[in-house]
Design a binder for this molecule. Structure first.
Ligand code: UD1
Length: 338
């Protein structure tokens, strides 16, 4: 069965490609290489023994997208990652984000509808909940006004898919709302490749431990949490990748109850920034140079998932601990610098 993975050379996409190939799916990757590298193809091949089919393609070019689908009429499912993801950049350049993240989604759905068969997995985010009123966050929690154009593209993206599913019975879709993906494949052959200064916590930690960054700034220790730092649900990227495969199978085997469904993908456990730092120090054996600074604008206090729906309906749950995820991130950081 042939599956298209857009953005398949990116951080999460590449791990999903590995899991799909391990399960015997034939994978076609589209990626514009704007935030990824062709070397990832080799990493995927080294892990799985198979190089996926790859086409460099900018999904904003509608003609190219149409041409691609004319050549690949046997695509049975799409897992859509290709998108821009820097919150700050989206505030600076909203139209870039609306074009990159929404135009491309529309073009893909249009082509999938033409095929007359559609299994579609959308890469969404817990950012749609904003600061949720209750923890853990269930899928019933309300979607709050987005804090950034990036967050807005995830909300609007979900709505575009939902509205399209309503009137097209052939389209079946699942939006996966990721909590905080971290870590790398245990082989240390693929992982996150942040360009420039990392914005996310874990790559900043691993780069600081290696001396690439001098010091980690902890954004605020005066939040209403036990140690004053923000709490997030950090999920190992391999666990997250496996969730995509089970979601795809749910659609392929028509086990879905509605033709548009939403699932939280997290561990169900919240960890504070200081807890992450301590766990990292334990697994790496290195003390981390950090200091407390002011809060970062736009950060919510606490966000962790209720994973009940995913456990029950997808039969999926995260297996790796925070330590295992951090160890894999550390191994990857070291392997990358060799
Ligand atoms: C961020 C994005 C979110 C996006 C997600 C993708 C923001 C506000 N949110 O989530 O929309 O879906 O990445 O992975 O950018 N921290 C530090 N020092 C650092 C970096 C982070 O203390 O140098 C803290 C943050 O304040 C936060 C936690 O670490 O409490 C996690 O931060 P981060 O990894 O950036 O993820 P989110 O902000 O949760």
């Amino acid at each position: 069965m042939k599956i298209l993975v857009t953005g398949g050379l990116g951080f999460i996409g590449s791990h999903v490609v590995v899991e799909l190939q391990n399960e015997g799916y034939e994978v076609v990757i589209i990626d514009d290489l704007s935030n990824s590298s062709l070397d990832v193809l080799e990493g995927i091949e080294e892990i799985t023994g198979k190089q996926p089919h790859f086409e460099k393609l900018d999904l904003r070019d509608r003609n190219l997208v149409q041409e691609f689908f004319r050549e690949h009429t046997d695509i049975e499912g799409i897992i859509h990652f290709a998108a821009s993801k820097a919150v700050g950049e989206s505030v600076e350049n909203p139209l870039l984000y609306y074009e990159n993240n929404l135009n491309t989604l529309v073009y893909l759905l249009q082509e999938q509808l033409k095929l007359g068969k559609g299994n579609f997995i959308f890469s969404s985010s817990c950012t749609v909940y904003g600061q949720a009123d209750e923890m853990p966050i269930t899928e019933k929690a309300s979607v709050k006004p987005a804090e950034s154009p990036y967050g807005n593209t995830k909300q609007i993206g979900e709505e575009i898919i939902k509205d399209t599913c309503k009137v097209n019975a052939t389209l079946k879709a699942i939006a996966l709302r990721y909590f905080n993906p971290i870590g790398a494949h245990p082989s240390a052959k693929i992982g996150e490749l942040p360009i420039g200064v990392p914005q996310n916590l874990v790559p900043f930690i691993t780069q600081t431990a290696l001396g690439i960054r001098e010091q980690l700034s902890v954004f605020g220790d005066d939040y209403p949490t036990p140690d004053g730092t923000c709490i997030r649900d950090y999920i190992h990227v391999v666990d997250l990748a496996k969730a995509h495969v089970v979601a795809l199978k749910r659609l392929v085997h028509r086990q879905n109850k509605k033709n548009y469904e939403v699932f939280n993908i997290g561990t169900g456990k919240g960890s504070s920034v200081l807890e992450v730092i301590k766990a990292f120090e334990r697994v790496s054996g290195k003390p981390l140079n950090y200091r407390i600074v002011g809060r970062r604008e736009g950060d919510v206090i606490t966000a962790f998932a209720s994973t009940k729906k995913a456990n029950k309906k997808l039969g999926w749950k995260a297996e790796s601990s925070l330590e295992e995820a951090l160890k894999s991130a550390w191994d990857w950081e070291n392997a990358m610098r060799k």
